[in-house]
Design a protein around this ligand. Structure first.
Ligand SMILES: Cc1cc2nc3c(=O)[nH]c(=O)nc-3n(C[C@H](O)[C@H](O)[C@H](O)COP(=O)(O)OP(=O)(O)OC[C@H]3O[C@@H](n4cnc5c(N)ncnc54)[C@H](O)[C@@H]3O)c2cc1C
Length: 370
């Protein structure tokens, strides 16, 4: 070993850290120390979250045991969150009050729902992130009395809003609940997507009796009701909040360079533009060469580059560039094992679309299962 062992710290066990976590033993063998700081021993795979809500998967089918991954390889797991980064001192401050020093650090702490006003799940209000909220909503729906009406409102008009509504509908159907559904889309539903996809979703949801309100925003959501900006009030027993995501405030609060959305500003090496020993991946970064959509696809693609670059930084090697590689395939899970597939100009819906998504998602889970 020609190099000195370094302290490598991973903050968040998100989708972009999976390769590093699965290679813990190799990192330790090279003489380094590896620490993972995460508020939970489990990381839920977002792509399968709506399917878990519908009942297609159990929670244990869609999560990674990140604690086990790091510990099995000889690394250290700390169940905590980072609340401040002192980059000049290479020091992380933890929620518990503890501190952790690093030589190289990588952040993969995801994103939060933009309009999360600290809603309380006990009031039936669930932000669609963290994904575990979907499980809590599922539990509430399963416990709902069979003959009592259940009013479900989704606030938001993007893919997550569509998937969560479709999958919640599938659950209420399978449980024979007397449920009604409204989506308050804000602007146009799926406004960034091709018209054909919108048509498929509208047609499917119309058949299911799901009402879609476009061009009107929700002002507030609380216990049993949603207030709209035109003064109307809709009554709800369950509210899903899916109003887009933004990176946590950790980077701004710690005075690091950030992009316009508050994400850690990184260069083509997924490295902070300011501190060479700081890296990041997934939803929490702002990729300076070209802004990336907040989709798990990029977090997944970043895996090998983050692994390489973190070791290269620890050992004085050459860094690799991250190439986001153009387009990607998306499948929305509409519930009842029906999906809408989209890649370039190819759009179709039905069982095959769902099976393609199911195959891709299960393959990713299997790769990092311990
Ligand atoms: C309902 C829904 C469905 C989706 N479906 C898809 C899909 O099918 N395909 C797709 O490409 N994208 C999908 N997305 C988008 C996808 O969720 C995100 O792009 C993806 O989760 C980003 O992964 P990540 O690893 O960056 O963040 P996350 O998955 O959010 O992971 C971040 C981790 O960091 C931890 N953490 C947070 N703060 C701290 C802290 N301060 N200290 C330590 N740890 C911390 C969190 O607990 C979490 O474990 C979906 C999103 C939603 C909401």
């Amino acid at each position: 070993m020609a190099h000195e062992g370094k302290s490598i710290v991973l903050v968040g066990g998100g989708h972009a850290h999976m390769t590093i976590l699965s290679k813990t033993r190799e990192i330790i063998k090279r003489g380094h120390r590896l620490v993972l700081i995460s508020p939970s021993p489990y990381q839920y795979y977002s792509g399968m979250g709506p399917g878990m809500l519908a009942g297609d998967y159990r929670p244990e089918d869609i999560r990674f045991n990140v604690k086990g991954m790091v510990e099995l390889g000889g690394g250290r797991f700390i169940e905590d969150s980072v609340v401040e980064i002192r980059a000049q001192e290479r020091l992380l401050i933890l929620k518990s009050g503890g501190t952790i020093e690093y030589d190289v650090v990588s952040f993969n702490i995801g994103s939060l729902v933009s309009e999360d006003k600290g809603h309380d799940a006990s009031e039936g209000v669930f932000t669609v992130k963290p994904i575990y909220n979907l499980y809590r909503a599922r539990e509430m729906m399963i416990d709902w009395p069979e003959n009592a009406p259940l009013r479900i409102i989704t606030i938001g008009g993007g893919p997550a809003a569509v998937e969560v509504t479709g999958c919640a509908w599938a659950l209420t159907k399978s449980k024979r609940l007397d449920a009604s559904f409204v989506i308050v889309a804000g602007g146009r539903l799926l406004k960034k997507f091709p018209e054909r996809m919108r048509e498929i979703v509208f047609k499917t949801f119309r058949k299911r009796g799901i009402r879609i309100i476009e061009g009107l925003r929700a002002k507030a959501a609380g216990r049993n009701k949603v207030e709209l900006e035109n003064g109307d009030t809709l009554m709800a027993d369950i509210n899903f909040i899916s109003t887009g995501v933004r990176p946590p405030e950790l980077f701004t609060r710690s005075n690091l360079s950030v992009g316009p959305d508050g994400g850690l500003l990184v260069n083509e090496y997924l490295q902070s533009v300011e501190h060479p020993e700081v890296f990041g991946g997934g939803d929490c970064i702002y990729f300076k060469p070209e802004p990336l959509e907040k989709v798990g696809v990029y977090a997944v693609r970043e895996n090998p580059v983050l692994f390489h670059n973190i070791l290269a930084m620890a050992e004085g090697g050459e860094l690799k560039r991250f190439d986001p590689k153009g387009g990607y395939l998306l499948v929305f899970n509409l519930g009842e094992r029906i999906g809408v597939f989209w890649k370039n100009s190819l759009i179709f819906n039905g069982k095959t679309a769902f099976l393609i998504k199911d195959y891709i998602d299960r393959r990713f889970i299997r790769r990092f299962r311990i």
